[in-house]
Ligand binder design. Structure first.
Ligand SMILES: NC(=O)c1ccc[n+]([C@@H]2O[C@H](COP(=O)([O-])OP(=O)(O)OC[C@H]3O[C@@H](n4cnc5c(N)ncnc54)[C@H](OP(=O)(O)O)[C@@H]3O)[C@@H](O)[C@H]2O)c1
Length: 278
């Protein structure tokens, strides 16, 4: 089994590299943005014809949610044209495509966890381009899995956990939003789930949700990060209105994971347990 991973320097890409050794039956080919630019169709074709992957995990994305508001063309290129190119080459080479999407495809006005059937309604450029990317794939190549995830953190790249730990080393007090609810996702858990999907050999294509279990606010998440790392800091809960950002965030973006658990027999840890054990 040959698996090609794009965006291999990102959080998910590096997490996949970390767990690759646990799966010796899979031959992984990792490509960073400098080795494979997914917005370049000719480059995608060259790499695919050399690697001939049975699966492609697209871990590449434009993930700067606020910056996307002022760089919509860049976000579109990576989040829409990129997946479109990958779907085309996957169709050409008979490769199964696993694409990662986001809770930001939803507006966050729900009062229960989002299922794969719930209607997306993104409110910002990032969410809109991610949804367009999903649609582009679906229109081109039916052998795809789209895995929507949320609040990803890891030891790699930029994420909320690392930002909190850095800020705690610079400040004595912090204010964090307490009225947006979602679920953190340990990138290593997401990486393992993707490999489980691949190793299952199932052809149950379509959209799946994956995050850790449970739900919390960003304030709860920060609190737990400091508790686990035994950091004493004056942490204040604030409403979103006190922390304006260029991109609007969903107030509630908890994902229902029933489908992925049932289809692939995946057991998912609670977010607090996974954060502690990471
Ligand atoms: N982070 C989150 O909280 C979150 C939440 C929900 C969903 N997701 C989704 O989860 C997936 C993985 O996210 P992540 O947190 O691992 O993202 P990340 O850390 O930002 O990594 C994204 C990677 O994509 C690469 N990339 C950018 N443009 C590219 C291009 N044109 N061609 C090839 N590679 C390119 C980047 O390379 P450079 O480093 O060279 O720019 C980076 O290594 C994404 O689809 C994201 O939308 C993330």
């Amino acid at each position: 089994m040959v698996v090609l991973v794009t965006g291999s320097s990102g959080q998910l890409g590096q997490s996949l590299q970390k767990i690759a050794a646990n799966h010796p039956q899979i031959i992984f080919h990792f490509y960073s943005s400098s080795e494979l630019d997914i917005t370049d169709l000719a480059q995608c074709e060259t790499v695919f014809s050399a690697v001939k992957p049975s699966y492609c995990i697209n871990a590449a994305a434009y993930t700067a949610v606020d910056k996307a508001e002022s760089e919509p063309a860049k976000a579109f290129a990576v989040n829409v044209t990129g997946p479109e190119n990958l779907a085309k080459v996957c169709r050409e080479f008979g490769t199964l495509l696993i694409h990662i999407s986001t809770d930001f495809v939803f507006d966050g006005n729900a009062d229960k966890p989002y299922t794969e059937e719930d209607l997306p309604n993104p409110t910002g450029v990032y969410g809109k381009t991610k949804l367009e990317g999903e649609k582009a794939i679906a229109a081109i190549w039916d052998k795809h899995f789209i895995v929507r995830t949320s609040w990803v953190y890891s030891d790699f790249g930029n994420n909320f956990r690392k930002t909190m730990l850095r800020l705690a080393s610079e400040k004595t007090s912090l204010s964090v939003v307490n009225d947006q609810f979602g679920t953190p996702t340990n990138a290593l858990d997401l990486a393992e789930a993707l490999i489980t999907m691949i190793r299952s050999g199932k052809n149950t294509f379509g959209i799946y949700n994956f995050s850790n279990e449970g739900q919390c606010s960003w304030y709860d998440f920060a609190n737990k990060i400091f508790e686990i790392n035994k950091i004493k800091i004056d942490l204040q809960p604030i409403p979103t209105t006190h922390y304006p950002t260029p991109a609007k965030r969903p107030y509630f973006s908890v994902l229902d994971k029933s489908k992925i658990k049932k289809t692939f027999g995946i057991e998912i840890s609670n977010w607090e347990t996974s954060l502690k054990n990471k």
